[in-house]
Ligand binder design. Structure first.
Ligand SMILES: Nc1ncnc2c1ncn2[C@@H]1O[C@H](COP(=O)(O)OP(=O)(O)OP(=O)(O)O)[C@@H](O)[C@H]1O
Length: 728
């Protein structure tokens, strides 16, 4: 037996991978012996247990989650966890990272500890897991059930959620007893919070490595949707991961449309936004509007409520009870829109959010990706619009205030510049986002962002670019954009006279364009590599890049080589002087409403089933999506199963749903189908419906000619055969 102990822990307590993990002085001899004993017992049964677990993977997935197959990387990560290897999963928002830590405890019948940053987030997860028949709970101040601690300690739960503070302050005796009962993994969700380079650094996350010394033989699993190379390294080091398996999935959220518009903050704009939202709010799923200030949150919330839209509010100055209530009502579909600061929604898993609107430029690409990623988690096409003003770009002080280290300030400034760059892009936004996270996309155009869908007007802007670049060069790179733009526009402000910039030959030559127009051109030149923006502390500077210098050298004042650039919306607006407020635009023009793929009767039964699901959820005190997702309801509406076996076959229907609510669902389906004269066991699947829809509906982008459109109407609405129509 002792030989085996040495083999498992090594002579000095080294683990299976040969690296020594400290036992931790404070834990003492007792703990070490417990750990050794546990390892020995585990090893005896290990091999058989693991291979049985692997075989059960798919049936467990179906039984608890209702899914027929794993998504990319899920199976690989679970496999590694079963092999007790540390893992770092960097996968897109909504890609299904949670499943990586949810499946192993079900397979091994041991507890998974999950560290999560927010109580409300844990409560949501626990609520959803319970609806799947999983034993899940959280430990923390908000836990009202006194028995949870004892049950958790004895290994009763499959999943046990904790904040990092709670995990670090939990007494050793708890961990020792739970280790005895069996811990199969220690997951750190939203693991980017560990890193100062991350966009959401939380100091408590830095303490988690202490548990490494307690949970010697337990695999640590870090999960995040946004981790650049720096952040990944930080997570691995900070959690003291040992030769981790790193899974980096694609960041592409194909079902999300990305669009950006410039706007001016004004009541008129808010009115337009409210009008636009009220057009679709009742038809489509939920919407989140993220604002950068509490003032904006309050204003938009008030306007939406006045327009009669059920709207929630969420920001850091509300009491925790009020925030909690707002959050609950939103996930239970009692509110259609949530207006919030970014305090809302970390890790929110409400699958049917159809739009995420940013009212103001976000502070970083990471946070934009996270926040916009909260929509369309069920895979249905959804829309992310971002409205920005130039003033948003000057918020460095606001975001850097209170940051202590140079590293943190630098990280914030770099992030802000990237977000600003995203706003000013005239090329594919998806490509930009993907390349920001280090992912290459082969296509130049994704076809699902504003820049790819509406081609920008282009123009030779050699003269203007030459002027701007030369002026910036003359300002010697000591200034941000305001100075050279003011010089071009002929300002005689004190700072210009003091620097004698009024004597420059360019002074006043750019009067014909507004200051915003020039700044917009500057951002085009930055994205095309002619200008560079740098920063020192929180000050931004602009200077001419080597590419720009080359261009200036090749030009003469009376002749410049052609420089074709796209006109941004701001430039067009400015030149045409047509819109001083900036248009809201048709928010829903890109959104596929939930029932687009269904016939009229199918759409009706779909909506009736959604109502039934809401009633059912209310009666059992949970959120509708926790019963099952909209996409699953849509599949049920199409298949209209008559038996439990057929119901269970539908993707997204788990065993718990069939056992607990199967009779009710089947009876409801039968009754509604009868009312609508629909046959049972329709057999149609979503893919068929999609194809059917593609054939039926003239998509607004297909640009039918009037003649073709008339023909289509005769065929679709009057049922005339194509041959007959051709003869008309
Ligand atoms: N294999 C699968 N098949 C179908 N749906 C799945 C699968 N795995 C996960 N999902 C569903 O995808 C949705 C998103 O999953 P999850 O919450 O785990 O995403 P996430 O990667 O943690 O996202 P985030 O980083 O935004 O928190 C959930 O509704 C989940 O049930």
């Amino acid at each position: 037996m002792w030989a085996e102990v040495h083999e498992v822990l090594g002579p000095n307590g080294a683990n299976q991978n040969g690296k020594r993990r400290k036992s931790g002085k404070e834990w003492g001899k007792h703990y070490k012996m417990t750990a050794i004993g546990r390892c020995v017992r585990f090893r005896v049964a290990e091999t058989t247990h693991r291979s049985a677990a692997r075989q059960a993977m798919l049936s467990t997935l179906k039984q608890y989650f209702g899914y027929a197959s794993f998504r990319p990387s899920q199976k690989e990560v679970i496999d590694q966890i079963l092999d007790k290897r540390d893992c770092l999963a960097v996968m897109a928002t909504g890609s299904g990272k949670s499943l990586c830590y949810q499946v192993p405890p079900l397979l091994l019948e041991k507890t998974a500890i999950v560290i999560s940053p927010l109580i409300s987030l844990m409560q949501d997860q626990v609520m959803s897991l319970k609806q799947r028949g999983v034993r899940a709970e959280f430990l923390g101040s908000a836990q009202t059930d006194g028995s949870v601690h004892t049950k958790a300690q004895s290994g009763h739960f499959h999943l046990l959620f904790m904040t990092p503070e709670k995990a670090c302050s939990t007494p050793l005796s708890f961990w020792l007893e739970l280790l005895e009962a069996g811990i199969c993994l220690f997951a750190v969700d939203e693991a980017h919070c560990i890193s100062e380079w991350g966009h959401d650094f939380r100091v408590e996350y830095k303490q988690l490595h202490k548990l490494r010394d307690v949970l010697l033989d337990v695999p640590f699993v870090g999960l995040t949707a946004t981790a650049t190379e720096n952040v990944r390294i930080d997570i691995i080091n900070s959690l003291k991961m040992n030769n981790p398996y790193v899974a980096v999935g694609s960041f592409d959220r194909k079902n999300l449309f990305y669009g950006v518009k410039h706007f001016n903050r004004s009541l008129q704009f808010v009115d337009e936004l409210v009008q636009e939202i009220s057009k679709y709010a009742r038809k489509a799923g939920s919407t989140i509007i993220y604002c950068t200030t509490i003032k904006d949150v309050e204003q938009i919330h008030k306007s939406l409520q006045e327009a009669g839209i059920k709207t929630g509010i969420y920001h850091g100055q509300m009491s925790s009870n009020a925030r909690e209530e707002s959050h609950r009502s939103f996930i239970k579909d009692e509110l259609l829109v949530m207006v919030a600061t970014i305090a809302f929604g970390m890790g929110i898993d409400k699958p049917n959010i159809r739009q995420v609107i940013h009212y103001g430029c976000p502070k970083s690409i990471e946070s934009y990706y996270q926040e916009s990623g909260r929509c369309g988690r069920d895979g249905i096409p959804s829309v992310c619009w971002l409205y920005y003003t130039r003033a948003d770009f000057a918020k460095a002080d606001f975001y850097c205030g209170g940051l202590r280290t140079e590293n943190q300030r630098r990280a914030v400034m770099e992030s802000l510049l990237a977000a600003q760059h995203y706003c000013s892009l005239t090329t594919c936004r998806r490509k930009f986002l993907l390349s920001y996270f280090g992912e290459k996309s082969s296509a130049e155009k994704c076809g699902n962002c504003d820049n790819c869908m509406v081609s920008k007007r282009e123009r030779d802007m050699s003269k203007e670019s030459f002027l701007l670049m030369s002026c910036i060069q003359s300002c010697q790179g000591y200034w941000g954009l305001n100075m050279p733009v003011d010089v071009l526009r002929g300002s005689r402000a004190k700072k210009i006279l003091n620097a004698h910039f009024d004597k420059l030959p360019f002074h006043g030559l750019g009067k014909d364009y507004s200051s915003n127009w020039w700044k917009s051109l500057a951002y085009q030149l930055i994205s095309h590599g002619y200008l560079m923006e740098t920063f020192r502390d929180t000050y931004k500077f602009v200077r001419v890049s080597p590419k720009g210098e080359k261009y200036i050298r090749s030009a003469r004042p009376d002749h410049q080589p052609a420089l074709i650039l796209p006109l941004t919306d701001e430039m067009v607006e400015d030149e045409e002087q047509q819109c001083t407020t900036g248009e809201v635009g048709e928010l829903n023009s890109m959104a596929t409403l939930e029932c687009e793929q269904l016939s009229e009767a199918e759409a009706q039964i779909f909506h009736m089933l959604l109502d039934e699901r809401t009633k059912l959820a209310k009666s059992i005190g949970t959120a509708p999506y926790a019963v099952c997702g909209d996409q699953t309801i849509k599949k049920i509406a199409l298949a209209r199963p008559s038996t439990k076996a057929r119901l269970a076959n539908i993707d997204g229907v788990n065993q718990h749903l069939v056992v607990r609510h199967g009779d009710y669902l089947l009876q409801t389906i039968r009754q509604l189908s009868q009312e609508l004269n629909l046959s049972l066991d329709g057999g149609a699947n979503l893919e068929n419906a999609n194809t059917r829809k593609a054939n039926l509906v003239p998509h607004h982008k297909k640009k039918l000619t009037p003649a073709k459109f008339d023909a289509w109407k005769l065929w679709h609405e009057n049922g005339l055969p194509i041959q007959k129509i051709a003869l008309l």
